[in-house]
Design a protein around this ligand. Structure first.
Ligand code: KIV
Ligand code: NA
Length: 275
């Protein structure tokens, strides 16, 4: 059954953990969806894991629409959330609504996500009023990497922790239906989760969030540039892929691939006439 905004809300009430994974293409979205994940995020992390940028700053609306459309074609049951890239919503409420609308109309996602707290509440309110469900994202918001001075844990000081609690309440009041909490202390994430009635989805935010999200290349060990502390390798798919690539190279060199069963036949009398 298709997961909706209402499904996630009910999961928070039932204490049924919400599962979210990223995907950026049709084939992966299908695999993730078939495993029964509740929601798929087409993250702007695609700039790093798919396109090889060192941060998410350069990701465009065209990138996001292109990949979101591929994912929605593969996701039957998961709720698909399209990430709004840097400068697609910060510039104005008008830009935010137009670009959220493009992600939904052209990418066919069921919700959008944007980064920030109080400063983007007018955008969250306007997008929500346009009937586009919004996931908020606070804590370590990677689009602010230059303002933060690096990818760092947020909310460790009393003032920062208080600010994050207020931001969670503010984005809820603005209409967000869920909040991603990234890289904040576990006990603070628990307090925030108890302080809002919308579900929290954590990444590097401990086990007491209403749900969890990971970038699939991180959790499958497909991305080796660096490994954040919050990442667990659930499988070593990178090794499996390398083994497959290596075996292919070897068999082609040896002439053992393709074998008879991989080839097409022609009648001997026909081929003999051609010699
Ligand atoms: O872009 C992304 O993948 C994200 C998640 C890590 C929450 O925003
Ligand atoms: Na993101």
């Amino acid at each position: 059954m298709k997961n909706t905004v209402a499904t996630l809300q009910q999961q928070k009430l039932d204490g049924d953990k919400i599962t979210m994974l990223t995907a950026y293409d049709y084939s992966t979205a299908k695999l993730v969806d078939e495993c029964g994940v509740n929601t798929i995020l087409v993250g702007d992390s695609l700039g790093m894991v798919m396109l090889g940028y060192e941060d998410t700053i350069s990701v465009t609306m065209e990138d996001m629409i292109h990949h979101t459309a591929a994912v929605t074609r593969g996701a039957k049951n998961a709720l698909v959330v399209g990430d709004m890239p840097f400068m697609s919503y910060q510039t104005s409420v008008y830009d935010a609504v137009v670009n959220a609308g493009r992600l939904m109309k052209e990418g066919r996602c069921q919700a959008v996500k944007l980064e920030g707290g109080a400063s983007v509440c007018p955008q969250i309110k306007a997008i929500t009023e346009a009937s586009i469900p919004v996931v908020a994202h606070i804590g370590l918001t990677p689009q602010s990497v230059n303002a933060f001075g690096g990818f760092k844990v947020q909310g460790k000081s009393e003032a920062d922790a208080r600010r994050l609690i207020e931001e969670a309440k503010a984005v809820e009041a603005a209409g967000a239906f869920a909040i991603v909490l990234e890289c904040i202390p576990a006990k603070l994430a628990k307090l925030i989760t108890e302080s809002v009635s919308i579900p929290t989805i954590g990444i590097g935010a401990g086990a007491d969030c209403d749900g969890q999200v990971l970038v699939y290349q991180d959790m499958l060990a497909l991305f080796s540039d660096f490994k954040p502390k919050f990442v667990k390798h659930f499988a070593n798919a990178g090794e499996v892929m390398k083994q497959g690539f290596t075996d292919y190279i070897k068999e082609v060199k040896e002439g053992t691939f393709p074998a008879a069963e991989h080839t097409f036949k022609i009648a001997d009398d026909i081929i003999n006439k051609l010699y």
